[in-house]
Write a protein that binds this ligand. Structure first.
Ligand SMILES: Nc1ncnc2c1ncn2[C@@H]1O[C@H](COP(=O)(O)OP(=O)(O)O)[C@@H](O)[C@H]1O
Ligand SMILES: [Mg+2]
Length: 187
């Protein structure tokens, strides 16, 4: 993970572990925030269902919580690049992505998302991204992250992934965490 300039938080844990719950707590305290909500579960913001609608909801505003949900029949992947572009254009906001693997295909992630991950800090775009396993997101993201919230896992491949940067005592903690309790790894 890289230095302090990065503003990227990743949350990893299997289904039901408490990722969205944690993100919902975080979102409450964020003044300027866009949530990408594929499972239609976030509350407490203006719900939008198109990138243009998102743009109208947040441009020129001092503070906002906008919750993007894909319209029925539309794949989030279709709108996601435009959501990224809008976030980068407006700037100075939190971009919270629930179920990232539903939003981008890791093997050919859209240029707009890569740009947000790699250059977003210049526009003060901070990212919170969630996934069940770290292997399901790009190294670009985890290497740029400065905080990881990790829920309990005993999955060898996932532990091996964490082992690339966590020491043995951290790994032991991750293996034995109580339910709904994240382990915070920060650089
Ligand atoms: N810290 C917590 N305290 C109480 N309930 C929690 C906590 N974290 C998660 N839950 C509950 O557990 C269930 C699954 O959590 P959720 O955040 O949806 O998991 P995930 O997003 O990882 O699939 C939800 O019903 C949620 O309310
Ligand atoms: Mg969830």
């Amino acid at each position: 993970m890289k230095g302090k300039q990065a503003e990227i938080i990743c949350i990893f844990g299997k289904r039901g572990s408490g990722k969205s719950y944690l993100a919902k707590q975080m979102v409450k305290g964020l003044g300027r925030c866009v949530v990408v909500d594929p499972k239609r579960e976030y509350r407490g913001g203006q719900v939008v269902s198109h990138p243009l609608e998102l743009y109208r909801a947040i441009r020129g505003k001092q503070s906002f919580t906008a919750i993007y949900r894909p319209p029925y029949g539309v794949d989030v992947r279709e709108h996601f690049p435009w959501l990224c572009k809008t976030a980068l254009h407006v700037g100075n906001l939190w971009f919270v992505v629930d179920e990232l693997p539903k939003c981008v295909d890791m093997r050919k992630s859209p240029r707009e998302w890569d740009e947000l991950v790699n250059e977003g800090r210049h526009a003060l775009v901070r990212i919170v991204a969630m996934a069940q396993r770290p292997q399901r997101v790009s190294r670009d993201l985890t290497e740029n992250a400065n905080k990881l919230y990790v829920f309990r896992t005993n999955e060898p491949r996932t532990l091996k992934y964490y082992g690339d940067f966590m020491d043995a005592s951290a790994i032991e903690k991750v293996r034995t965490l109580p339910d709904h309790t994240p382990f915070l790894w920060a650089d």
